[in-house]
Design a protein around this ligand. Structure first.
Ligand code: 5GP
Length: 206
């Protein structure tokens, strides 16, 4: 196991419509913990109120493909007709500085990160009931029916991948879900494989 004394990479994932981005926002409102958000890149058009460089880096398909070709993405996925990916450089820089870096990404991207950076913490967010997720997708109203159905079908397949994660957090209440994630982050810092190196060093010094 690679010792990662410095930063901590926290991967939040889960089926589409589970409220990942809402939970993630609530997480960043918790001032008790200084987290860093990794802004993803996407070829999807901005929704009303979304800001380039804040919510996403909105780019053309050509730019995105260039990033893939030049191996500048930590992970990427095609999701209902659009590309989404995590720029690698920022994550690496922040981890080297010792930051706690949060990725909020869909399931196939999370599994790519798992194979590249197994020392990261993988959290799967689930709804309290399946129907709650369907309702969220139907109520979103920003997309045509066909796209919504695609997201529902995808969510159904993604439910089955929870066992690949370190933690499962139920989003029954946004604030509580965010609190649970903070608790996980705190606990991760005390994990033996993260702390034993420092501990052994301390023993050797005395
Ligand atoms: P939306 O279009 O609703 O903003 O996002 C659609 C899906 O893409 C969500 O499940 C979101 O978590 C995921 N997503 C956002 N950024 C990334 C990314 O950088 N990589 C991957 N793999 N998925 C992402």
């Amino acid at each position: 196991m690679k010792l990662n004394e410095k930063g901590l990479l926290v991967v939040l994932s889960g089926p589409s419509g589970v409220g990942k981005s809402t939970v993630c926002k609530a997480l960043f409102e918790k001032k008790s913990h200084k987290l860093v958000y990794s802004i993803s890149m996407t070829t999807r058009k901005p929704r009303e109120g979304e800001v380039d460089g804040v919510d996403y880096f909105f780019v053309s398909k050509e730019t995105f493909l260039k990033y893939i070709e030049e191996d500048l993405l930590l992970e990427w996925a095609e999701f209902v007709g659009h590309y989404y990916g995590t720029p690698k450089k920022y994550v690496e820089e922040q981890l080297a500085l010792g930051s706690e870096v949060v990725l909020e990404i869909e399931v196939s991207g999370a599994l790519q990160v798992r194979s590249k950076m197994p020392e990261a913490v993988f959290i799967f967010i689930v709804p309290p009931k399946k129907q709650a997720l369907y309702n969220r997708l139907l109520e979103r109203g920003t997309e045509p029916e066909k796209k919504i159905q695609e997201r529902i079908d995808k969510a159904d397949r993604e439910f089955l991948l929870a066992h690949k994660y370190d933690y499962i957090v139920v989003n029954d209440n946004i604030d509580k879900a965010a609190e649970r994630i903070i608790s996980i982050i705190i606990a991760e810092h005390s994990k033996t494989e993260r702390t034993i190196y420092k501990y052994m060093k301390m023993l050797g010094e005395e």
